[in-house]
Design a binder for this molecule. Structure first.
Ligand code: NIG
Ligand code: FE
Length: 414
């Protein structure tokens, strides 16, 4: 048992029944000024104003004064491609010389390039490199993470990736969820018969993934030049039959009905949404599906930002994630995502914090463990440097203003 005292502001306090926050309600964030936070067995035991504590209440309990510093729950990253064999900064140079993300992919670069490297990669080396990246991210405030396969594109290599993700699940001090993304790109060997690859995903990969219990979600890159509506539907349907929940890449470059399709299949989230039409908003409005924006990807590729404010105006719950991957978002620092959310997507700091904590936890079914300061949840929290207001965090972009990160009640050091 330990107690953190004299917290300037304890942000994002919630009751156990609060699982998600929709639309304009995201602009509110409850906070206790001058607070204490009690931790027991790695979980939040109690919190409240210092004035509620009777003199001598801490006798015999380890006491850590956070005088002048503020506390908020750790960020939750509900969309990453954390496991990869190598960076793709040579393609970044190609982009600087004028090629687009799609043009690089058409030349066999992009996802296929990562898949080539993944095929050769050693499982232990993949695990160690990903753990190193993960530990760096935890030190920057990430307290739960989702990780996708999708650089395998063959049964053997998809399974290798998912086994690595499951090793991370077992080894990491934070909640980890796994997503099967066999339908990330068409391997070159299926160039003349793309539907045969869908057959392989459905008949070979999915049964093997399900048999070993390697994934929580099923994903597909539903996009022109990648997976069509029909192909995506076949994959989601098969995934659902195997007990996986859809969580899907849609509307990154084109809008053609993918959102409605995913809602119909009970998707936990639809991610990207840089291009949205009114029908997409209509489909989301009356659903439980969460809209996930990936501001780091928009920043890095120079493509439009997800129109978060329009989604919020339609009372849709929105989350934000890093999309950490070697092609379109080679960084997973969510403090930067927070800044982009405010500066580029015009979200209020409070809405952006909701999108990176409570709603992000909902987008990866981790609400019982993380996403808010709630009794019973993991004591995963960020201690800020002394700040005069929450707005300082997105304002001071590039300076994470983090004093310490606590995971399961323990100070985390990389
Ligand atoms: O979310 N859009 C598809 N997949 C990733 C990019 C993966 C890659 O380029 O390696 C994304 O942006
Ligand atoms: Fe992605």
């Amino acid at each position: 048992m330990k107690v953190f005292t004299e917290i300037a502001n304890l942000y994002q306090i919630r009751g156990q029944e609060e699982k998600i926050v929709r639309g304009q309600k995201m602009n509110a964030l409850e906070c206790v000024e001058g607070a204490y936070l009690m931790v027991s067995d790695g979980k939040i035991e109690a919190f409240g104003p210092m004035s509620d504590l009777e003199a001598g209440a801490f006798s015999g309990i380890e006491r850590i004064s956070l005088k002048g510093k503020s506390v908020l729950p750790t960020w939750v990253d509900s969309h990453t491609h954390l496991v990869f064999a190598d960076w793709r900064n040579h393609e970044f140079l190609d982009r600087l010389n004028g090629l687009s993300y799609q043009e690089i992919a058409e030349r066999g670069g992009g996802i296929l390039n990562s898949a080539e490297r993944m095929r050769e990669a050693d499982e232990d080396a993949l695990f160690e490199a990903a753990m190193k990246r993960l530990n760096k991210l935890i030190a920057k405030g990430t307290g739960a993470i989702e990780i996708k396969s999708g650089y395998g594109l063959s049964t053997e290599t998809e399974l290798k990736m998912l086994r690595v993700i499951n090793r991370i699940k077992a080894a990491a001090p934070i909640p980890v969820k796994a997503t099967f993304l066999g339908a990330h790109a068409f391997p070159a060997r299926f160039k003349n018969d793309p539907d045969a690859y869908i057959d392989e995903v459905i008949n070979e990969m999915l049964p093997a993934v399900a048999a070993e219990g390697l994934a929580d979600y099923v994903d597909a890159f539903c996009e022109q030049g990648y997976f069509s509506l029909d192909q995506t539907e076949r994959i989601l349907k098969a995934g659902v039959q195997h007990g996986l929940v859809p969580k899907v890449h849609v509307n990154q470059f084109n809008a053609f009905g993918a959102v409605e399709l995913c809602v119909r299949y009970g998707a936990r989230s639809v991610d990207h949404l840089e291009v949205l039409n009114p029908a997409d908003i209509e489909a989301l409005k009356s659903s439980e599906t969460i809209a996930v924006g990936l501001p780091g990807c928009s920043f890095f590729l120079g493509i439009p930002y997800t129109p978060i404010r329009e989604l919020m105006a339609a009372d849709i719950p929105v989350a934000l994630a890093s999309d950490f991957n070697p092609g379109s978002a080679p960084d997973g620092n969510l403090n930067f995502a927070l800044s982009l959310a405010c500066t580029q997507m015009k979200m209020s700091p409070k809405a952006a914090v909701n999108a990176l904590t409570l709603n992000a936890a909902a987008a990866m079914d981790a609400t019982d463990e993380v996403g808010s300061i709630t009794v019973g949840k993991r004591a995963n929290f960020i201690v800020t440097e002394p700040i005069n207001d929450l707005s300082f965090l997105p304002y001071a972009f590039g300076d994470d203003a983090i004093d310490a990160v606590y995971i399961n009640g323990e100070r985390f050091t990389e």
